[in-house]
Structure formats: C-alpha cells, structure tokens
Design a protein. Structure first.
Length: 256
C-alpha cells in the first residue's frame, strides 16, 4: 500500500519550502477583505436579509468572495515565484526539472477557471444571473479544466487498480467517463458553496476544512511522489485557498 511505502520527500522539507505561501495568502485575505467590504458598502452592493436563506438582521456587504479569490490567486502567483526562487529540488533527482511558471497549461487553466467562477458569482450578486447562465458557466469552466489536463487520467488510473487498461483503441473510454465526472464535481462544488453562503462563518469555515483535507492529500502525494509540477500545483492551490479562507473568517464570524 502507498501508506506503507518509504517517504521520498521528508515532510519537514516540504513544509519548510511551502509555508510562506499559506502566510502570504492569509495576509492578503486579511488586507483585502476590509477593502472589499468598504467598496461594497460605498457602492451599496449588499446582501439583504430574507425569511428563507438569509437570517441576518441587517444588510451585509458582498464582495467577500472577491477578497478570498484575490488571496487565492495572489498566493498561487507568489508560490510560483517563491518555489522557483528557493529551488527546493536542486539537490534531488529532479534537479534538471524545468521551473514551474505561470505559463504551465494546468496552472493557467486553474487560474482562468477560478477567475471565471469569481466573475460569474459577482455577476450573480449584482444582476441575479439565471440558473441556465450559472450552469453554463460552471460547465464551461469544467471543460476548460479537462482541456488543460486536470483529471484527464483519473478514470484510467482507477481502472488500472482493477487490472483494466484504457490504452490504444480503448483510450477514448477514459474521456467518456472523465468529462462528465469532472463536470459533475465542478458544478456540484460551485453550487454547494453557494448554498452554504447563508450563515455567518459557515461557508468560509467549511471552505477552510475542505482546504485542509485537500492539503493533507497533497502533502501525502508529494511525500511519496516527487517535485513534479502536478504535486507542486496541488500544494499551491490548497495552501492559497486555506490562507484565503482563514484570513476572511475573522470578518465573517457571527455577527458578520
């Protein structure tokens, strides 16, 4: 089993290399949240209470998601620069690995997808987008992620565990299953977080917990894997999202 294998990368080495990414995104979120809140109040972009999903007693400024997004995106960009600067794999078997850059298709696709989801959510807050528009936007982002290679082989990898190989003439089956599963995950995640955004601290708290789980998984894959770009990207995304959520949480506690 993977858990019984000897670690390739010590956890201490990984943590010492990546912790500034968490600190940076956390700091950006702490700074961006009050700025976004002030802008929302000035422009009267507020969430008004109702008798169903919004039990708060007074209007609450929107744009909290924008602050988290800025912290997340800034954390990833900082992480790309930071990891390239310290070059933690210099003395490993991956010393000849080309540095990760913002031009990496997968990283660029993730940033573009995140930007699109943020823009769609902001449009929904301002103009009340129809369900069809939101669904179309979510599906488009999911397809972009598949196109850049995110999860393009997880079905084939899972099948291989059961002795099934999707190669040659059967390779197309991997895409048949991968596309709808990826679309389902992206659309489900977007709508789940949207539905959670009705109580003080709920959405940001759950997002922080999800990011922690993603971080643990990413650390495990890195420890028993390598400094390959996929492992680096996973950690940057997880740490940046956790920092953004935690930096926003103090402003979102009850009463927000």
């Amino acid at each position: 089993m993977l858990l019984a294998q000897k670690s390739v990368q010590p956890l201490s080495d990984i943590v010492s290399a990546y912790w500034p990414v968490l600190a940076f995104s956390f700091g950006i979120s702490l700074l961006a949240t009050p700025i976004c809140r002030a802008v929302a109040r000035r422009l009267n972009i507020v969430d008004r209470p109702d008798d169903w999903l919004k039990p708060h007693e007074q209007p609450i400024p929107y744009l909290g998601g924008v602050a988290i997004f800025f912290a997340w995106a800034a954390g990833i960009l900082f992480g790309v620069w930071w990891i390239g600067r310290i070059n933690p794999w210099a003395e490993t078997e991956w010393a000849n690995l080309a540095p990760l850059t913002i031009k990496s298709p997968m990283l660029l696709g993730i940033l573009i997808g995140g930007t699109a989801i943020m823009a769609l959510g902001l449009f929904d807050d301002l103009r009340m987008a129809s369900p069809i528009v939101k669904l179309a936007g979510n599906i488009t982002v999911a397809l972009v992620l598949v196109f850049v290679g995110l999860g393009d082989d997880f079905v084939g990898t899972a099948a291989a565990k059961f002795g099934l190989k999707m190669t040659g003439d059967d390779a197309w089956l991997n895409w048949v299953y991968t596309v709808p599963i990826t679309v389902f995950i992206v659309v489900g995640a977007c709508n789940a977080t949207n539905l959670l955004d009705g109580m003080d601290g709920l959405c940001s708290g759950v997002l922080g917990i999800i990011s922690l789980g993603f971080l643990v998984l990413s650390l495990h894959l890195h420890m028993y894997g390598s400094w390959h770009h996929d492992n680096v990207i996973r950690l940057l995304v997880a740490l940046s999202m956790m920092g953004g959520a935690l930096g926003f949480l103090p402003y979102n506690r009850n009463p927000a």
